[in-house]
Design a protein around this ligand. Structure first.
Ligand code: VG1
Ligand code: CO
Length: 563
């Protein structure tokens, strides 16, 4: 088999962000653009003789890109490719398959929750042998290679039919097309108490109904297998579960704004337990009638109830963690239960080393990401089944009253207090304005001009005194690598906190995120603890916007999305 060297020229801007390289499909379709990035991945790793997994959310431009990876990968010496049928493997499923079959790494074709289709987004992400996203040392190397690339290697080979399960020879390599779902279902069955969940759900078929919305992302077939085939729920318990290359024109992001198909159905039908996942299956939202769980609370509640999940009962809980902007609810659980806990930068790649070192079991991000050390990616369906497992266990101990989402939430607040949390996103704003906002905060940080100043909300009359401003940096406790400039944090005398961060997953312009958190102790009483989040945060948000001058810098009045 002849390896051809195809001359090419570098493209600017092929720098992987928080989670891979994400651009408009049209950008990836430029001549050699995709080939350059893939060759740069192979130039940064040692693919000779390796087994590589290929999967993704099946979005537009995925099948073509799988063929491109096979050709370039084979020319670069990859011995075997494990590919999801029809190029479909959720992000958590890829992580599992890399670990289970001891692959060298994997390439994921996804832009996660970003919309798909010819005019929308595509993405390529590289994962390493622990099943997690490549660390910055690797992604930086890939980026360096993209800046100097002169040619890529390829072989000539017929297209591999991606719909046919089986093992085929392909040039000098082998290609194995696998069932997208089976290994993942087996994994979850080894973690959770499915018989307990099944008996709870079947004995409360009318008072506790379940609805899962795949938002036409990759989780559809997984959800069908788990909810309908394994748990025996009626077929109507899942909706929008056929993966579509453009997600049916929707925005496959599980939050109150974009997952309106779930929210509407839950409210209209009075569904007790609803959930949704994103395009690539690593995010989750838990939402029942009149009950919304913020992701920061969700991971804290899962940590509190960990013992009811067989995986943790057997292996114990080694430690807890959250990304920096995520609320400190999980810290409180760790403190009470005596677990070690960590605060890492945004992005799942920062949890991997802690898990590999046996110091972290359960972690989460405020961005609807929840997971554990069963794999090295966040895992949407894992979180949904975790909630069902916990609810089933809680109800087994409560024979006289059916406990739902809000009962668990309020019980948690009564023990730990509540961290009111919200995130304001300002999407695709001018990059110069975003830079000016960061510069303003850095100047205040350097001069101390804001520290000690008091700001009173006109709306609520609450006064907030700035305690400190800092620029979050992280030293990985395991490999000592340092990640700087991970967000500006403003802390207040009452323990409240506001974080400003630039997104690393956008495909155009800049996206500014503002995270606000205010803690209320358990003795504040039910009325205070159960207030709507927007209400509990009103004063703090007003003050945060004022002292950052955010509206002035960005030239916008309202956020694009509030979560
Ligand atoms: C966002 C979230 C972050 C998450 C990342 C990838 O990143 O804030 O918490 O890990 O998306 O999630 P950023 O840099 O835009 O804030 V996913 O579901 O896109 O793989
Ligand atoms: Co995702």
């Amino acid at each position: 088999h002849t390896v051809h060297e195809v001359p090419t020229k570098p493209y600017e801007g092929q720098k992987p962000g928080t989670s891979g390289l994400r651009k408009r499909v049209k950008v990836f379709q430029q001549e050699h653009y995709t080939e350059n990035f893939i060759q740069s991945i192979f130039d940064s790793i040692e693919p000779q003789g390796a087994t590589l997994v290929i999967g993704g959310d099946g979005r537009f431009f995925s099948p073509e890109t799988v063929q491109t990876i096979l050709k370039i990968g084979s020319a670069n010496g990859v011995a075997k490719f494990i590919v999801g049928k029809d190029s479909i493997l959720s992000t958590p499923a890829v992580s599992n398959i890399i670990r289970k079959y001891k692959a060298y790494g994997g390439i994921l074709l996804t832009a996660s929750h970003n919309p798909g289709g010819p005019d929308k987004d595509f993405g390529i992400k590289y994962n390493v042998s622990n099943g997690g996203p490549a660390p910055e040392s690797v992604t930086n190397k890939i980026y360096e290679k993209t800046k100097t690339i002169k040619s890529y290697k390829t072989i000539q080979a017929p297209e591999v039919p991606l719909s046919k399960i089986g093992e085929f020879s392909y040039g000098p390599s082998k290609v194995s097309i696998i069932d997208s779902v089976a290994d993942y279902v087996e994994l979850l069955e080894s973690i959770f108490d499915f018989p307990l969940i099944k008996s709870f759900l079947s004995s409360h078929a009318h008072e506790f109904r379940v609805l899962f919305d795949g938002l036409h992302g990759v989780t559809g077939p997984y959800a069908q297998a788990l909810f309908v085939d394994v748990l025996g729920l009626p077929p109507a318990s899942v909706q929008n579960c056929v993966p579509l290359p453009d997600f049916g024109g929707g925005h496959p992001d599980p939050n109150l704004t974009y997952a309106h198909t779930l929210v509407d159905a839950v409210e209209a039908r009075g569904i007790e337990f609803g959930a949704a996942s994103d395009g690539d299956g690593d995010r989750n939202m838990i939402y029942g009638k009149g009950a919304f769980v913020t992701p920061s609370d969700s991971v804290a509640i899962i940590a509190h109830w960990a013992e009811s999940i067989p995986y943790f009962k057997k292996g114990g809980v080694k430690g807890l963690a959250r990304s920096m902007p995520t609320s400190k609810a999980i810290d409180l659980v760790a403190q009470k239960k005596g677990f070690e806990y960590f605060e890492v930068p945004t992005g799942w790649k920062f949890f991997g080393n802690l898990m590999d070192a046996g110091r972290l079991s359960i972690c989460g991000e405020e961005s609807f990401g929840t997971g554990s050390d069963h794999i090295r990616e966040k895992d949407g369906l894992w979180a949904v089944i975790a909630w069902l497992n916990i609810l089933a266990a809680a109800n087994a101990a409560s024979p006289n009253k059916l406990l739902g989402i809000n009962d668990l939430l309020y019980a948690h607040y009564a023990i730990y207090g509540r961290s009111f949390f919200s995130r304001y996103d300002y999407e695709e704003v001018p990059a110069a304005g975003a830079a000016a906002l960061v510069a303003h905060l850095n100047a205040a940080l350097a001069s101390g001009s804001l520290t000690g100043t008091t700001h009173t909300s006109a709306a609520t009359g609450t006064a907030f005194t700035v305690a400190d401003i800092y620029d979050f940096a992280y030293t990985d406790p395991i490999d000592k690598s340092v990640s700087k400039n991970q967000g500006q944090v403003v802390t207040f005398a009452d323990g409240s906190r506001v974080v400003f961060r630039l997104s690393g997953t956008g495909s155009e312009g800049a996206t500014v995120r503002m995270y606000v958190e205010r803690y209320v102790a358990p003795d504040a009483g039910d009325a205070e603890l159960r207030r709507p989040a927007a209400d509990g945060l009103k004063g703090l948000i007003e003050v945060a916007l004022e002292l950052s001058k955010l509206k002035e810098f960005l030239g916008v009045d309202t956020p694009t999305v509030i979560t």
